[in-house]
Design a binder for this molecule. Structure first.
Ligand code: PBG
Length: 331
């Protein structure tokens, strides 16, 4: 016997003891499920780089939402997969009343009024240039983009979205969107600001899903440099001042320190986006038997929550909730 005064292992000696001292409790209620939607009927197209994730038509998305709701996942973010011929430099289809995105949101809210719907605001799903802002002479221009984003946000609020999700990283857009929503009397429509969105390699599979990769150049003049943390705080402070209700960090796992920083310094709830590339890596390794998905997936999500994100956007939401409900969640 050694004279060891402190023995932290005592609190880990049994499953019951570990239950008592567990500090982080992630539940399906913390999760937002991203869904890719497209026009048409009876469509369920698997995205090759995201096994288990599909582009869904209206009827299929309603089934998916019903299944998630039963499992306790009640929040969804919708991304439209728009056909190329509808894309223009100004992304006009993003505010077109005939846009299937609005029709699908209305039909979800009608079938499931208690579901929370978050939108995506940016030009890239609708832009022939594949950039989040307007491209003029090869430059992604900031201020001329803002009214286009505000118009998208108001049209989305009108379609019944509860929260607007500006993912574009233009300066000043949260304030302009907040003002446009208030002017249109959508004072109850919230804003989940993508505050610290990094110029990341981990968005690749998402761009495959929407065929939304930039036609030229990259997104580094608006998305953040992965090397920066102070700048994330600056972006978050600006978005909070401009009226954001949630502040998001994206991606999640390479940026846990940024999540932590924001959760300590900001008085708004922090969301983290566990993005397509993070999902793809996990699935690819699991498919080869190199990693145990059932343990690695909840470990990753719990880490994001532990770092300080009260909300997690993740393609694993349904699988997490299935295991949570069955009582088989393990890590
Ligand atoms: C673009 C947008 C992107 C994602 C969400 N909104 C990609 C990008 O900025 O190119 C990525 C989400 C993911 O990778 O899961 N407005």
């Amino acid at each position: 016997m050694y004279d060891i005064a402190q023995r932290p292992r005592r609190n880990r000696q049994s499953s019951a003891a570990r239950d008592l001292v567990r500090e982080t409790h992630l539940t399906p209620g913390h999760l937002i499920m991203p869904l890719f939607v497209l026009d048409g009927q009876g469509l369920r197209q698997e995205i090759p780089s995201m096994p288990g994730v599909f582009r869904l038509s209206e009827d299929e998305v309603l089934k998916e939402i019903e299944a998630c709701m039963r499992l306790g996942v009640r929040s969804f973010v919708l991304f439209p997969a728009v056909e190329d011929h509808l894309k223009t430099p100004e992304g006009t289809y993003g505010v077109d009343p005939s846009n299937f995105y609005f029709r699908i949101a209305r039909s979800i809210k009608q079938a499931f009024p208690e579901a929370l719907l978050m939108s995506d605001v940016a030009l890239d799903p609708y832009s022939s240039d594949g950039h989040d802002g307007l491209v003029v002479d090869g430059e992604i221009v900031n201020d001329a983009t803002l009214p286009l984003l505000a118009a998208q946000a108001v049209a989305q609020a009108d379609a019944g979205f509860d929260f607007i999700g500006p993912s574009d990283m233009m300066d000043g857009r949260v304030g302009v969107i907040r003002e446009a929503l208030d002017t249109a009397n959508y004072t109850n429509t919230g804003i989940v600001a993508y505050s610290a969105k990094y110029a990341s390699a981990f968005y690749g599979p998402f761009r495959d899903a929407l065929e939304s990769a930039p036609k030229s150049g990259d997104k580094k003049t608006y998305q953040m440099d992965p090397a920066n943390r102070n700048e994330a705080l600056r972006e978050a402070e600006l978005d909070a001042q401009e009226g954001a209700d949630f502040l998001m960090v994206k991606p999640a796992l390479c940026y846990l320190d940024v999540i932590r920083e924001l959760s300590v310094h900001m008085d708004r709830p922090i969301a983290a986006y566990h993005v397509s590339g993070e999902y793809a890596m996990l699935k690819a390794a699991a498919a080869r038997g190199w990693i145990d998905y059932d343990r690695a997936m909840p470990e990753m999500l719990t880490s994001i929550h532990r770092a300080g994100a009260s909300v997690i956007l993740t393609y694993c939401a349904r699988e997490f909730a299935e295991r949570y409900q069955a009582g088989t969640l393990a890590y």
